[in-house]
Ligand binder design. Structure first.
Ligand code: FAD
Length: 318
């Protein structure tokens, strides 16, 4: 079932989804099950599975020179999505990225997903590989998320890359895209960023999921700015409970977001790891309750592979 159908059938309730990371290469899919199992009783409406592009590493050769290698540390998004869907009977939203893929490779992945009965996609540009300053698409790849939206919409209309194909079966994917309540790092200003977001929606995106934020006021003004800009699709807020102290600096740096002073003070006061995790949980509970009262259709929880804290939040909120 499509994310938009879940939203249409929710009867005023707020739903929730989890975002999971594929396990590191060489690990077992059991890690995924261990993240989902404690949450199944709360009935997540769907589950997102992230996509991870290859990374560039340099290995020292015997002659002392460095050899440049690319490795993909977290492969398996398509397989894991299908495994979740058929083990748990829960809808899934695999993420698909532009970075590292030609349009043909993307099309082949989309065909796999279509044959696997997967109805939803979250379409993203992806970040630069670690160590590279700018995002570079593949020679025959998509440069922005909107290009990916257009490619999927073409497929939804039965238009494959080989244009001479006739009577090709159209896919029927529901499309989500990303939005940034605190602006995407590369956008020169919020208005330009919103204009690009509207282009993604006008091209066919059915809903938006936001970057994580810790101050609901940022979400409320983003939602209003989207509506003022003529964006009418559902907007799903992304929430992440702080779980370790190092995130006070890592999250702002990685995601270009602010952490409210009050939250930082509370974390600084903690004397052990458990207390920090608990402050993160309580902050997310407060955020969730306020967002539900505001009427958001779905809460999207970034799990980062751990669900004990998400379970506490969901138990309290739903
Ligand atoms: P875009 O929408 O393409 O925008 C990127 C930048 O380009 C923005 O600054 C935008 O304003 C600008 N822009 C857009 N269109 C144009 C245009 N036509 N001309 C000029 N500028 C333009 N990354 C992963 O690698 N894997 C994941 O699974 C993943 N999941 C995510 C889930 C969520 C909910 C979010 C919020 C992010 C996720 N990301 C993921 C991170 C994401 O890939 C990065 O934030 C990336 O830098 C931007 O992706 P985007 O889809 O928003 O890009």
């Amino acid at each position: 079932m499509k994310v938009t159908d879940h939203i249409a059938n929710r009867k005023g309730r707020t739903l929730f989804t989890l975002e999971l990371l594929p396990p590191l290469k060489g690990e077992n899919i059991e890690a995924i099950n261990q993240t989902i199992d404690p949450l199944v009783e709360f009935c997540p409406s769907f589950i997102d599975v992230t996509y991870h592009r290859e990374e560039i590493i340099y290995k020292q050769r015997e002659d002392g020179l460095l050899e440049r290698k690319t490795i993909r540390k977290r492969p398996g998004t398509v397989g894991i999505s299908a495994a979740i869907k058929y083990k748990y009977n829960i809808d899934v939203v695999p993420h698909i990225i532009c970075g590292g893929f030609s349009r043909e490779e993307t099309e082949n992945a989309l065909i796999d997903l279509y044959f696997l009965g997967i109805d939803n996609l979250l379409l993203l540009r992806g970040d630069n590989p670690a160590g590279e300053k700018t995002f570079k698409p593949e020679k025959d790849g998509n440069a922005f998320a909107i290009d990916l939206v257009k490619q999927v919409m073409d497929l939804n209309h039965g238009k494959y890359l080989e244009e001479e194909m006739i009577n090709a079966i159209p896919t029927n994917f529901c499309i989500g895209v990303a939005g940034y309540p605190e602006k995407h790092v590369e956008a020169p200003n919020m208005i330009t960023d919103l204009a690009h977001l509207k282009e993604k929606v006008d091209a066919g995106a059915n809903y938006i999921v936001t970057q994580m934020f810790f101050d609901n006021k940022k979400f409320f003004s983003f939602e209003k700015a989207c509506r003022d800009a003529g964006i009418t699709v559902p907007i799903i807020p992304g929430l992440k409970p702080i779980s370790v102290k190092s995130q006070l600096t890592a999250l702002p740096k990685t995601f270009t977001i602010d952490l409210p002073e009050e939250l930082v003070i509370e974390i600084e006061k903690c004397t052990d790891k458990e207390q920090i995790r608990q402050v993160g949980v309580e902050w997310a509970i407060h955020q969730s309750k306020e967002l539900i009262n505001f009427g958001v259709p779905v809460l999207h929880f970034y799990t980062m592979g751990k669900s004990d804290n998400i379970r506490k939040i969901i138990k309290e909120v739903f």
